[in-house]
Structure formats: C-alpha cells, structure tokens
Design a protein around this ligand. Structure first.
Ligand code: CP3
Length: 343
C-alpha cells in the first residue's frame, strides 16, 4: 500500500518537496503525559516486549503532533539482551549490565542469536504498529551502531567518557573486533527482519561515535556501520546518525546511506560542505533549544530550514528530545516545519 504521507521517503530519495519532513529523535516515550501513564504501570522492558504497549507508545506522538514519520518504541539495548548479555533498566540511573564484557572468556559466552526467535516481540510490535498507522506515515526501525553497543557491553552502564570501553579496545583489540563483529552480524539480521516485518527505513544510532578520535573511529566504529549499510541498502533506506561525528561526514556520504544525521555542533553550511552537497541530511536543532519560547523556536526552525535548504533535508533535533520539554514547545517545533513555505 502506498503511504498517504511519503514526504520522508521523498527526502530520502532526494526528490523535490514542498516542505521538508519532520520527526524528532526519541519522540516515542520520554516526555508525553500519555506515555507517563503507561510508564507508571509497566517497567521498561515490559513496555518494549509487549507489542500492544510498544505500538501504542509509537503512535502516541503521531496522534498528538502529526509528525511525518513514526519511530518504533524499543531500545538499542535489546540487541545485547538477545545476545545473552543481561541488561537492566534502573530507575533514575539508566541501563545497567551487571556482567560486562572485559575479556576473551567473557566474549565466548556472547551468542549471535536467531533474531526471529529472540527478538520476535519487536517484529510483532512492528506489525501491530503498521496496522495502527494505517499507512498514514512511514515507520522507522533502528539499531545502535556496533561501537555504541560495545560501549554499554563493556562499560556496563552509561558514562561521560566510556573509558573502560576504550581501554578494552586499546588493550585487547582482537577481542574488541570479535565482539564488534558479533554485534554487527546480529544487527544486520535484526534490521533485515525489521524490514521484512514492515519498517520503511532504518536509522543506525552511533550515539557514542564522537567519543573516538577520527583515526580510531575509522578502526572501531565506521567499518562496522559500513557493513550494515552494505547489507541493507538494497532493501531499504539507511539513515546514519553519528553524535559528534562531523569529521566522518565525508566518509559517510560515500557509503550508500540515504541520509546522514547531524548534531548541533556542526553548522548546516559546514555539514553540507563536509558531506559533498548531494546527500540528504537530517538534524540538527539543539534539544535544549526546545526550552526557548515557542515563537523563538519557530523562527529558529525556519532559519535552520533555509540554511540546510528544503530539499534533501529532514528536520529533526541534533539528539533525543529531553524529558522535561514543555508540550507546546515540541508542538511549535513541528508546526514551524508544517507551515514552512519558501519566500
Ligand atoms: O526514538 C524513540 O522515541 C524510540 C525509542 C527509543 C528509546 N531508546 C526508548 C527509551 C530509542 C530510539 C532509543 C535509542 C537509544 N537507547 C539510544 C540511542 C539514541 C540516543 O539517545 O543516543 C541510546 C544510547 C539508548 C540507551 C538508553 N536507553 C539510555 C541511555 C537510557 C536511559 C536514559 C534515557 O534515555 O531516558 C535508555 C532508556 C530509554 N529508552 C527510555 C526510553 C523511552 C527511558 C526509560 C523508561 O522509559 O523507563
């Protein structure tokens, strides 16, 4: 079935549009009162693992604001969980992995799972979400980049520096690469299964790519993302978002990805220049700027669109929406795009 609103797919194909499409990273969950209600009743992984709940949380922001794309409610850490690395989500703390990977022996217990079996609940959630969306807007699937997943598997929790993850790579590079490859193999199978279940495009989140030097990025992150793009690009559109990874935009632009995410530390002009001016870009509003008054948000969004250009562009934040953003400010962001016209 053709989508009623295919602005996002047009932008991913590089076609001319009347206005750019808009969605917000981490739009599902986090800040909506209707989500908070469900959060009170069900713990995090129950929400992820129950297709009825995951699909409901996915469509909530679409119902409220009418973004041009939905992103499936889930988490990047369902991958290590499926690989039999225990992951807990602790209240007011975030992810906690009680048995982190720190040695070859630890690596040996990590499995490359049958994704249809271990992550079948995600595939069911996709099917249920597609029914609820009724072809109104496209549905995005996602995964963490192998490097970003390794960060959690080794560090065991969130971190400002991911120092233990980096130490592991630099002292046991062979083991690190073997872990990255296991994650990559799982991720490719997972994203392919998501495409078969009905997602219209996928985004790879390299949230911690910017922790690496440009040289180490080429060793520990990029080659594995490239494998994912190579494996998926003939089946769907791949969006690569690397937080703090402006230095890799040129490499990324030559990868076969359909679009590249940009954060707010890189200007639109510089992002266009670094990525060669042809590829679709996505971003890059500072999520904290959603605390500005709605009128100011609207002005800033229109300026951002003029600077990126309306074509080959997907309006988004430069990272996930913050949980405390006022509802009317999120609305101002979306409305500014939907009412955008040239001239
Ligand atoms: O985009 C969406 O709205 C879809 C849902 C989504 C979640 N996590 C739900 C979630 C997506 C795309 C993610 C990706 C994710 N998860 C990333 C990459 C994107 C980014 O922000 O960099 C990362 C690094 C994670 C790991 C993770 N999950 C952390 C660090 C935390 C705790 C802090 C936080 O973000 O709240 C989570 C938990 C999590 N994932 C929540 C939600 C709605 C909040 C916990 C809860 O609802 O109980």
């Amino acid at each position: 079935m053709a989508l009623k609103n295919d602005l996002l797919l047009k932008a991913l194909r590089g076609e001319t549009v009347e206005r750019p499409p808009v969605w917000m990273m981490r739009q599902a969950g986090r800040y909506l009162p209707e989500f908070m209600e469900l959060k009170k009743k069900y713990d995090f992984f129950t929400r992820c693992q129950t297709p009825e709940l995951a699909s409901e949380i996915t469509v909530q922001p679409i119902r409220r604001y009418g973004m041009d794309a939905a992103i499936l409610f889930s988490d990047i850490l369902v991958i290590p969980q499926a690989m039999e690395i225990e992951v807990q989500m602790k209240t007011d703390f975030g992810p906690y992995l009680p048995n982190p990977i720190r040695s070859k022996k630890d690596l040996d217990r990590v499995v490359v799972p049958d994704v249809e079996q271990s992550l079948g609940y995600v595939l069911d959630a996709i099917k249920m979400t597609k029914e609820k969306l009724a072809d109104e807007v496209p549905l995005l699937g996602f995964a963490g980049s192998p490097w970003t997943i390794l960060c959690y598997c080794v560090q065991g929790q969130g971190s400002k520096s991911f120092d233990k993850a980096k130490e592991f790579c630099f002292t046991q590079p062979d083991t690190a690469h073997a872990l990255l490859q296991k994650i990559t193999d799982t991720t490719i199978a997972y994203l392919k299964a998501k495409v078969n279940a009905g997602v219209n495009a996928v985004q790879v989140f390299d949230s911690w790519g910017g922790m690496l030097s440009p040289e180490d990025y080429e060793i520990y992150s990029w080659p594995y993302i490239q494998q994912i793009v190579d494996a998926l690009k003939d089946e769907t559109h791949v969006i690569v978002f690397g937080k703090g990874c402006w230095f890799a935009l040129k490499t990324m632009s030559q990868s076969g990805a359909s679009a590249l995410g940009v954060d707010w530390t890189c200007s639109p002009q510089n992002a266009r220049y670094l990525s060669g001016g042809q590829i679709t870009l996505q971003g890059n509003f500072d999520p904290s700027r959603l605390f500005s008054p709605p009128e100011e948000i609207k002005k800033m969004v229109k300026k951002m669109i003029r600077e990126f250009g309306k074509d080959r562009y997907i309006v988004n934040l430069g990272h996930g929406i913050l949980p405390t953003v006022p509802l009317e400010n999120a609305r101002a962001f979306i409305e500014a795009v939907k009412t955008y016209s040239e001239g």
